[in-house]
Design a protein around this ligand. Structure first.
Ligand SMILES: Cc1cc2nc3c(=O)[nH]c(=O)nc-3n(C[C@H](O)[C@H](O)[C@H](O)COP(=O)(O)O)c2cc1C
Length: 298
């Protein structure tokens, strides 16, 4: 896949964000038509952990399927162990993936405390060792990094940038918040603009963007969109049909009603921002079976 998201200005440099438990394989397959219509250049897969002694099994990689018909997938790894990451990256390559992404943005305190996700921003030497290993394994312009502005302070990434700039990345995706903010509060556009100006790698904007928002797309090498796209699916005329298809797909894959129900509730927690679904949400939350949930679908 071409690393530069802006070679052709007529194409939308839009990337589907990785959302663990949401933009999973079944989601990408069920909503493939909507993903293509929105003009996504590619989709980042939710993270796969790489720990010492990693055994790469088919099960571990089962999620790695591109969106059908032309939206390539970028697999993502979360780790602080360069050698374990190399093992996983080689497995990605063996499966035909020529790009991979490192998660340095996950904000969950337990992950951060253990030095993974955005915790990597606190361990510059480890981060560099990972970037070096990633660029070596995947090749120049084929490995990317997804980060936050910082853990507690929005200036942490800027301080690290000279070290990140040493590596020829496919992209630096910046979620314009600190980890402390989790997923709420304002995005920090001035701080993002500083990273954009000082990064020698292509920068992808992330954070509360929609597929139609223009400014980050014009300024940055691309924009990554997650929650607003997921919400927008609930506003489609065929949302009910798609939801049923998602249930069918999930029933084929999962064992029993409970995980399927959990998956649907997770999706509807985004759709409840849309008027058509909002009034259903209090009832949906209490549903105890998928059939009960489907009987409520308008
Ligand atoms: C439920 C959930 C799961 C997420 N999983 C991942 C993940 O696996 N890897 C990652 O890099 N970011 C993950 N993120 C962060 C998103 O990719 C994205 O950075 C964030 O939602 C902000 O973008 P948005 O406002 O367009 O949604 C997750 C976010 C949420 C809400």
């Amino acid at each position: 896949m071409a690393p530069d998201a802006q070679k052709d200005a007529t194409e939308k440099p839009l990337w589907l964000a990785p959302l663990r438990g949401v933009t999973i394989r079944a989601f990408r397959e069920t909503f493939a038509g909507a993903i293509r219509e929105a003009g996504f250049r590619g989709a980042f897969a939710p993270f796969i952990p790489a720990n010492p002694g990693i055994r790469v099994t088919d099960r571990l990689l089962a999620e790695l399927q591109s969106v059908p018909d032309g939206v390539p997938l970028v697999p993502q790894v979360i780790t602080k162990h360069p050698d374990a990451m190399r093992v996983l990256l080689r497995a990605f390559r063996e499966r035909g993936f020529d790009r991979a992404d490192l998660n340095a943005g996950c904000p969950f305190p337990m992950i951060v405390r253990r030095g993974r996700g955005s915790g990597l921003l606190r361990s510059p030497d480890t981060l560099e060792a990972l970037l070096e290993a990633g660029c070596e394994e995947m090749g120049e312009g084929k490995f990317s990094l997804k980060v936050r502005l910082g853990v507690d302070s929005p200036d942490e990434l800027a301080a690290l940038l000279p070290r990140i700039n040493r590596y020829p990345l496919a992209a630096l995706t910046v979620h314009a918040r600190t980890a402390k903010q989790m997923y709420g509060g304002e995005v920090d556009l001035p701080r993002f603009a500083r990273i954009l100006a000082e990064s020698t790698n292509p920068v992808i904007y992330n954070g509360d963007a929609s597929a139609d928002s223009d400014w980050p797309r014009l300024a940055a090498a691309g924009v990554m969109v997650g929650r607003s796209f997921i919400r927008s699916l609930g506003a489609r005329a065929d949302a009910d049909t798609l939801l049923r298809a998602y249930v069918d797909h999930s029933r084929e894959e999962l064992c029993g009603d409970t995980p399927v129900l959990g998956r649907m509730k997770e999706l509807l927690s985004y759709w409840c921002a849309v008027p058509r679904w909002r009034r259903l949400w209090p009832v949906v939350k209490l549903c105890r079976s998928v059939d009960e949930l489907l009987s409520l679908v308008p």
